[in-house]
Design a protein around this ligand. Structure first.
Ligand code: BMP
Length: 210
């Protein structure tokens, strides 16, 4: 496994399929979120899943019953994993964990985010969310490559669970700093998808990972 997850935030089905095909051997998962699903329809999840395993990033954040319905739909559509927000609470996150278990999929929880505005919300509240997510039995958490010191702290809370980290490249995070801090995988979007040579840009990140 390459420890690289491609964030496929493009708006065209053709471009998405082209990039997934070109990069499938370089990435462990393709992360598909609202931009592509809204532009191309939910069927794109199944289409990409035939090329590479998909993590559906719908940042699920609702009451337990609605979370269950969302998880079932997206896992049915072919996703190997889902991403849910932790802030909605233990029961809602547990609903996602249960739905994923039934479908044989993975669940990742967002406990703090990589953008500047997330900064004032960090600290004890985010640490509680990470602890709660680990208690709920998530497979992993999303932690910000833009703040490697937060990755280290999250690592001390979630133990062996996976940490997947976005924020590398365009958002300013460094691959090696995130990995040194304890990230298992890097989530990278625009540095690859907007590159004139996506495969070469992915290879440059893979070299840094190795
Ligand atoms: P990029 O490498 O282009 O900045 O993309 C990062 C990807 O990770 C985007 O899909 C974004 O929605 C997602 N993401 C993030 O950047 N920060 C977070 O805290 C959580 C995310 O899911």
């Amino acid at each position: 496994n390459s420890r690289l997850i491609l964030a496929l935030d493009v708006l065209s089905r053709d471009r998405a399929l082209h990039l997934a095909t070109a990069l499938k051997d370089r990435v462990d998962y393709v992360k598909v979120g609202y931009p592509l699903i809204l532009a191309a329809g939910l069927d794109i999840v199944g289409e990409i899943a035939r090329i590479a395993p998909v993590i559906a990033d719908l940042k699920i954040a609702d009451i337990p019953n609605t979370n269950t319905l969302i998880c079932e739909e997206v896992l049915d559509s072919g996703a190997a994993g889902i991403i849910a927000h932790a802030f909605v609470g233990r029961d809602s996150l547990s609903a996602c964990v249960e739905a994923a278990r039934e479908a044989g999929g993975l669940v990742f929880a967002v406990t703090e985010m990589s953008h500047p505005g997330a900064e004032e919300l960090m600290g004890p509240a985010a640490e509680r969310l990470a602890r709660m997510a680990a208690d709920c039995g998530v497979d992993g958490v999303v932690a910000p490559a833009t703040r490697p010191e937060r990755i280290s702290l999250v690592r001390s809370i979630v133990g062996e669970r996976a940490i997947i980290s976005p924020g590398v490249g365009v958002q300013g995070g460094s691959p090696s700093a995130a990995l040194k801090a304890g990230a298992d995988s890097l989530i990278v979007g625009r540095s690859i998808t907007e590159s004139p040579n996506p495969a070469a840009s992915a290879d440059a990140i893979l070299r840094e990972i190795r």
